[in-house]
Design a protein around this ligand. Structure first.
Ligand code: NAP
Length: 265
């Protein structure tokens, strides 16, 4: 659908690129001519993903935990060595677990905020200071989540992603002087490896939520990638500090208490 050379020779970093949505985003950029760096924490599956992605074009990988600024600095060193610059950062890495809010422990809360909010900020600041600000050009797309009407059953990630959405509004304004755009893609429920991490009862609830969706289905990874490819490139050159929902209107419609109701009724 996009011009085959849309991202020719652009250098793209996809965090969490070894699986699911991140892998799909990486593959899509490669198909459009980009050179892609992926990172995730687990070395072995990361290298397997890199080998597969390298069949599509130039792909490099380094294990990195986005919660650790020193590891992100080392990742920036590796990108600089491999490609000499960075044009686009996709903050996709993240994770959460369903829980009623009253049972979220201090550790559980901190883990999700650290991963989904702090990690995104660390990656953005470090890649901006290393590449985007000196280059006076750059682009960031954050994968957040549909939390427009709150996120009952996953209050920690709702709070973290709302933080990222607001952060992007600040960064978009502050870094416009460096020609850096920052936007978000907010997926609803997307069929991906991320759903495999949920226990069978939660999967059953997701099936119920699918039936409630006005389009009567979950989304695809390609539909998320399509929005990312729009925001990261020249087609969105006058768009910054905003969010595209890829959720079949779940941000407008449907019972947000689906994950909670069965445990409190
Ligand atoms: N699938 C959905 O319905 C959906 C909906 C809305 C939003 N999202 C968000 O979209 C993103 C991708 O989700 P997905 O469905 O593709 O799930 P996934 O397959 O579990 O992907 C998450 C990726 O992030 C990496 N990761 C997690 N924590 C990390 C850390 N601290 N540092 C570096 N890498 C880390 C994981 O690899 P390692 O474990 O090796 O680190 C993995 O590659 C996530 O942020 C997710 O929350 C998903």
């Amino acid at each position: 659908m996009y011009q085959p050379n849309l991202y020719q020779d652009k250098i793209v970093l996809v965090t969490g690129g070894r699986s699911g949505i991140g892998y799909d985003i990486a593959a899509n950029f490669l198909k459009l001519g980009a050179k892609v760096f992926i990172c995730s924490r687990k070395e072995e599956p990361l290298m397997e993903a890199k080998t597969e992605l390298a069949k599509l074009g130039s792909c490099a990988a380094k294990a990195c935990d986005i919660r650790k600024p020193d590891e992100l600095e080392a990742l920036a060193d590796a990108i600089e060595k491999e490609y000499g610059r960075l044009d686009i950062l996709i903050n996709n890495a993240g994770g959460q677990f369903p829980s009623l809010a009253e049972y979220i422990s201090d550790n559980g809360w901190a883990a999700v905020i650290n991963n989904n909010l702090n990690g995104t900020f660390y990656a953005s600041r470090i890649m901006a200071n290393r590449f985007f600000i000196p280059q006076k050009s750059g682009n960031i797309v954050n994968i957040i989540v549909n939390m427009m009407r709150g996120f009952p059953g996953m209050a920690h990630t709702g709070a973290a992603r709302a933080g990222v959405e607001n952060l992007s509004k600040s960064l978009a304004q502050e870094w416009s002087r460096f020609n850096v755009r920052i936007n978000n893609v907010a997926p609803g429920t997307i069929i991906s490896s991320g759903l495999d991490t949920y226990a069978p009862p939660v999967k059953a609830l997701l099936d119920q939520m699918e039936a409630q969706n006005l389009m009567k289905r979950h989304g695809t990874m390609q539909e998320v990638s399509n929005a990312v490819l729009f925001l990261a490139g020249p087609l969105a050159s006058y768009t910054s500090g905003t969010t595209i929902y890829v959720d079949g209107m779940d941000h407008l419609h449907g019972d947000r208490m689906g994950l909670v109701n069965p445990f409190v009724e």
